[in-house]
Design a protein around this ligand. Structure first.
Ligand code: PHE
Length: 357
């Protein structure tokens, strides 16, 4: 008679040592398969006397159950281990930073615009907008341009073909029409800036047919030129990230402001590099003035009660000055080498608190 205890110990030992599911299956077939060792023992019960069968039967059945249970347990363990191995091999670490294949960047003009908005927003200005395609009233008439003013003529302004009713739409030549739209839709006090695209028929190293301006407008009951000067000097110092700037207001003429001025900022160009806030040079940077009473009147505001100031500056020019780009036309050439050199990270939004550039 086979030693059942020894057989069980041998089989359990084999089962525990089985390295994979296939090896375990071979053990199962050798023990419990049709001609397996335990199956053979079960068959031998038929040739035994009833007494013998009653004594040995339960032991063989017990052996079969113990071995089957051990195989099932080992199978679960091996299958779990195999699954873990597969999962580990197929794992994707989503926390790894993606490898950038192509790197986009923020255009210096847009970066500069964002910087300007951040500074003026901090000073309490809201952002206003108007359409690029304007009519004569908003671009010229309401801004006190006389009927035959040369700025209305073909060489400056991009006109569209006349409509059936004779009206000619145009590409706005400055952001000043947003002043008109704001004053016609809002009651004073008004404190806005209007960043946007502007168009003039002009092209050389310092002029492009499309460029960008930021308009400023403040209307209230006791606004004077001192407020204008403080606002511009504070803005310029923050924009150029210096403690202070010195400005020069030169008398000028705009139909929509009186008095009008062009503002220069003191700078030093001696070292080949432009330094703002020192030196003996002056650089023209913007146009400004006190809003003309005719403009207020055209917009339905009583000039005997309200007055204010306005300014307009070229964003692309300010970007060139701050970031040292020599030719304005490069700004719009779309050369990716230029863009990757002068561009800014899209993740670094300028703010007064976190830093502008
Ligand atoms: N609109 C003027 C220009 O484009 C600038 C300006 C704006 C001047 C507001 C005075 C007041 O040149």
């Amino acid at each position: 008679m086979t030693d059942l205890t020894a057989l069980e110990a041998d089989l359990i030992g084999q089962i525990d040592a089985a390295a994979d599911v296939a090896a375990l299956e071979a053990i199962r077939v050798a023990a419990l398969g049709k001609s397996g060792s335990i199956s053979g023992l079960l068959k031998s019960l038929g040739g035994m006397s009833p007494d013998e069968r009653r004594e040995v039967g339960p032991k063989i059945n017990g052996l079969r159950d113990a071995v089957a249970a051990a195989i099932a347990a080992r199978k679960t363990t091996l299958e779990d281990a195999e699954l873990d191995k597969k999962l580990a091999a197929e794992a994707l670490d989503l926390s790894l930073p993606a490898v950038p294949r192509r790197k986009g960047s923020v255009h210096p003009t847009m970066q500069t615009m964002d910087e300007m908005v951040a500074i003026f927003a901090d000073m309490g200005f809201a952002v206003a907008e108007g359409p690029d395609i304007e009519d004569d009233f908003h671009n010229f008439t309401a801004l006190n341009f006389p009927e035959k003013h040369p700025a209305r003529e073909m060489h400056d302004t991009f006109f569209f073909n006349r409509k059936e009713d004779g009206e000619r739409m145009l590409l706005r030549t400055h952001t000043s029409p947003v002043q008109v739209r704001t004053m016609m839709s809002q009651q004073p006090p008004i404190r806005i800036i209007a960043p946007g695209r502007t168009y003039r028929c002009d092209s050389d190293a310092t002029h492009t047919p499309m460029f960008h301006q930021v308009e400023g407008l403040v209307i209230d009951k006791a606004i004077h030129m001192g407020h204008l000067k403080w606002t511009l000097e504070t803005f310029l110092a923050r924009f150029f990230e210096t403690d202070s700037v010195t400005t020069r207001f030169r008398p000028h003429h705009f139909p929509f402001t009186e008095p009008s001025a062009e503002t220069d900022v003191q700078c030093d160009r001696s070292g080949g590099e432009l330094k703002i806030g020192q030196g003996s040079d002056w650089l023209e940077i913007l146009g400004c003035g006190m809003v003309h009473p005719n403009v207020l009147r055209a917009c339905g505001i009583d000039p005997t009660v309200y007055q204010g100031f306005a300014f307009g500056m070229g964003v692309d020019r300010l970007a060139m000055l701050k970031y040292g780009m020599p030719d304005l036309r490069d700004m719009f050439a779309g050369d990716t080498r230029w863009l990757s050199h002068y561009g800014f990270s899209a993740f670094a939004a300028p703010s007064q608190a976190a830093g502008l550039s």
